[in-house]
Design a protein around this ligand. Structure first.
Ligand code: ATP
Ligand code: MG
Length: 451
């Protein structure tokens, strides 16, 4: 196992007990140090990064309680287990009050000892992981990330929470658009009311109207009963219109009417019904371009786009990748009752330089697979799929002049056409004289024609 061993210090004035404890703890895979009294223990604590102290209570000169107090005020990250041969309730209360993790009364069984030690170590590991990447405390909406780009998103979410305005969330697939929409809803005044997501792209246009606005009994073949649509279900709350770009132009007219009049018409009735619904729409397409191309109504676009949140692609905020990895490792290990795997530095940097076309969702799925596959180990470079291992960015040489780059391209074209310069000139849309001139610096002696 490549895992780093935790360092445990055992303190007891009885040499036999000390030796026995050290042997047992070492058998659990920990690195063990021992000290026969408090002052020797303090020496060890001063020179070795101990993580857990197991100390006897009654010792000559200084007691275990004094040692715990010292640790509490000077080395508070260290966990302590107190041992004693004289069980008193007061002693236990006192030990726990000053910060002992656990209190064991001699004689104790191996199981009791191991369970106390393992619990303390597990707590230490959890704490370590939760403080590892800087981003952990900066995710007010359950959205992981601390980059400048994601901070901007947080800022827009904050603004959106305090109003009822329509929001358009834009971003590539898997960037977290739905996560952002939910964050807005659950941090707005409507948080106690329904959040109703509708994937407009997954519902055929012929059904979308019935799904959104509902229908009355008998209004069309198959309408056996009156049914409320998503807008009525979301009354008082928020409707999330996902993949809004996939709606037809005629559907867009109907949506525009709801946004303008705050009224819906159920299929089969001419009577409008008022609804109080906040709309958050999302798209992974360039809506403005679709407007220009005539696929999306401009008036609806402006109605939706009161507040816009653009979520950048993961590759454009790669500094968020480590925090996301730790978040997902934690999440999936906990869900599957597994130990949280560690990740080797080179694996981490390969993951950080990969382009993540599927954004956070792709990263999430990969981490899930790794957690399931790996047991209590370190995730290393060979564990990653080839397409990620070999994706480490090729550094572009950014010191070349335009002239050099042009010459290289020209030479490639000439080579491609077998040295036929007339043809090369034609491809490059320059005349042969210019071609000769541009080739000259590296091909100075060249004045005979190959064609
Ligand atoms: N910053 C983040 N922190 C934590 N989890 C995230 C983050 N961004 C996305 N995710 C997770 O990634 C997955 C994809 O997110 P989401 O469904 O919100 O993306 P989307 O933009 O709506 O994707 P699509 O366009 O494919 O519908 C979800 O499981 C979500 O919880
Ligand atoms: Mg989505």
């Amino acid at each position: 196992m490549l895992e780093k061993k935790e360092k445990v210090l055992v303190v007891d004035d009885s040499p036999d007990t000390l030796e026995m404890l050290a042997r047992k703890i070492a058998s659990r895979g920990y690195e063990v140090y021992s000290a026969p009294d408090v002052s020797k223990a303090l020496d060890t604590l001063g020179s070795i990064p101990i993580e857990l102290v197991i100390t006897d209570y009654k010792m000559p000169k200084h007691t275990g309680l004094e040692l715990i107090r010292h640790i509490q005020s000077n080395l508070p990250h260290i966990k302590v287990i107190m041992l004693t041969g004289f069980p008193t309730i007061e002693g236990a209360v006192e030990a726990v009050k000053v910060g002992a993790e656990e209190y064991l009364t001699k004689p104790f069984t191996d199981d009791e000892l191991f369970s106390a030690v393992d619990t303390a170590i597990r707590k230490l590991r959890q704490k370590k992981l939760s403080v590892k990447p800087a981003a952990q405390e900066s995710n007010p909406y359950g959205i992981i990330g601390a980059s400048k780009e994601i901070q901007k998103v947080f800022h827009s979410i904050r603004k959106s929470c305090s109003t009822n305005a329509t929001v358009l969330v834009q971003g590539e697939s898997g960037t977290g658009k739905e996560l952002v929409a939910r964050a807005i809803h659950y941090h707005s005044k409507r948080s106690k009311t329904p959040f109703v997501p509708v994937n407009c792209g997954a519902i055929p246009d012929s059904l979308l109207e019935a799904e959104l606005f509902g229908f009355t009994k008998g209004s069309f073949t198959g309408a056996h009963e009156t049914r409320a649509g998503y807008f009525l279900t979301a009354d008082g709350g928020t409707i999330f219109l996902d993949e809004i770009s996939e709606t037809s132009l005629s559907m867009q007219v109907k949506l525009l009417r709801v946004l303008e009049d705050k009224q819906i018409y159920m299929i089969g009735t001419k009577k409008p019904r008022s609804v109080n619904v906040r709309v958050i729409a999302a798209t992974n397409k360039d809506l403005q371009l679709l407007v220009k191309q005539g696929y999306f109504r401009e008036d609806l676009y402006y109605r939706l786009n009161v507040l816009t949140i653009n979520i950048p692609a993961l590759r454009d905020r790669s500094e968020d990748i480590p925090a996301l990895i730790y978040h997902f490792l934690n999440k999936f290990a906990t869900e599957n009752a597994k130990k949280i795997p560690e990740i080797a530095d080179n694996a981490l940097s390969a993951l950080q330089s990969y382009q993540w076309q599927g954004n956070v969702r792709e990263l999430e799925n990969l981490i899930y697979r790794l957690v399931i596959m790996k047991d209590d180990q370190i995730i290393d470079l060979p564990d990653l799929p080839d397409y990620i291992r070999y994706s480490i960015k090729i550094q572009k040489d950014l010191n070349r002049s335009l002239e050099d780059v042009e010459r290289e391209y020209i030479m490639d074209v000439v080579k491609h056409v077998g040295g036929n310069k007339s043809l090369a000139a034609k491809i490059l849309k320059i005349d042969r004289k210019t071609l000769h001139a541009k080739m000259r610096p590296i091909n100075k002696n060249e004045d005979t024609d190959a064609d």
